[in-house]
Ligand binder design. Structure first.
Ligand SMILES: [Zn+2]
Length: 347
């Protein structure tokens, strides 16, 4: 094993440096993964300038990754060097009250890979090697490439929102915000039998992608009488479920506005820490507001949908680039100089 590796280090806010750092060691219950691909997440881009408080430098970001096991800890069974793997972005304690009840994504003292919010600092996968606890590993099927496997995390976040919604075949759904997560929600709703999917975004290119992903109707938030038009598309009542994937005041309010009485609003985006709530509409309409946090075991389903070809990922990948060019890609994404889509970095 080499002792040094290349990594993309956030040395200060807005300053990413590609440099040599020591190869991390592993604990008994961990494997060392040689990273083959790692996607840039919106939370990395927003985190880079300090505005979210969740990427306090110095830190190596990156939590949407895939790779090959190069070394296993002494307590690791059923995994060996050479195995192709991806992993959950959340490292959760196994003895937590929530974990023991199946809600590991809500467990106390959980940590996210490539995140440093203050109480902890856990380096991520914008590096050649990454230690990963064995209990968050998933095997990548032979049919799925490393680049595609790096997008499983985002698709699993979308699938978790759909699971939280308790959706059924035949319902009508609105999706506000059609970035990576929103597009996966649209594709997965289509697979699971939603009758009508309405996509809303400010970006015309994102709406084009939404149509290609399977949205039946697309709107911009400012379109004239958007609520009236969507109501008539949805049987004169409004949508059964809204998936809110932008996380801002206006989009949350729009989502609340577009669901029928008794409808559900699944809140996935959380760019703004606070939003206004139209309390009377929620109370008198008996709306259900459902938070959806990260992932709770949706990896296997997503990997299977990718393996059998039902879930197409390729159209959502904007670029695959060497990690050495990572700082430049971050700059472009931060300044919104690129088309929509996921950028994957390869160490
Ligand atoms: Zn992410």
């Amino acid at each position: 094993m080499p002792v040094q590796m290349k990594a993309l280090v956030l040395e200060e806010y807005n300053k990413l440096v590609y440099k040599d750092v020591p190869v991390p060691g592993i604990k008994d219950n961990e494997v060392l993964v040689k990273v083959m691909a790692c996607g840039i997440c919106g939370s990395d881009i927003h985190g880079m300038d300090g505005s979210t408080g969740r990427r306090i430098p110095p830190v190596i970001m990156g939590h949407e990754a895939s790779g090959i096991i190069s070394e296993t800890g002494s307590g690791v069974k059923n995994w060996k060097a050479g195995d192709r793997v991806t992993f959950d972005s959340t490292v959760y304690p196994l003895d937590d009250w929530y974990t023991l009840r199946g809600s590991y994504n809500l467990s106390n003292d959980r940590e996210v890979i490539g995140v440093s919010p203050g109480p902890y600092r856990r380096n991520g996968a914008f590096a050649e090697y990454l230690p990963v606890p064995r209990h968050i590993l998933y095997r990548i099927p032979d049919e799925v490439s490393f680049e595609h496997a790096a997008v499983v995390e985002a698709a699993a976040v979308a699938m978790h929102g759909i699971n939280i919604s308790g959706t059924e075949p035949g319902v009508t759904c609105v999706v506000t915000g059609t970035g990576t997560i929103g597009l996966f929600i649209i594709k997965l709703l289509k697979i699971f039998g939603t009758s009508k999917i309405i996509a809303i975004d400010i970006n015309p290119e994102a709406l084009k992608a939404a149509s290609q992903a399977g949205a039946d109707f697309t709107f911009k938030p400012g379109d004239e009488d958007i609520a009236g038009k969507i109501k008539s598309i949805c049987n004169g009542r409004g949508a059964d479920i809204a998936f809110e994937a932008a996380g801002m005041n206006d989009t949350v309010n729009l989502a609340v506005d577009l669901v029928r009485k008794g409808g559900k609003v699944v809140l996935i985006g959380n760019t703004s820490p606070k939003v206004d709530l139209p309390l009377q509409k929620v109370v008198t309409g008996e709306l259900k507001l459902l938070g959806s946090c990260a992932i709770r075991g949706e990896y296997e389903l997503i990997l299977e949908l990718m393996r059998d070809g039902r879930l197409n990922v390729k159209d959502q990948i904007l670029a695959v680039a060497p990690l050495s060019e990572g700082a430049e890609w971050f700059r472009k994404l931060y300044n919104k100089e690129t088309a929509p889509g996921k950028v994957i970095l390869v160490p």
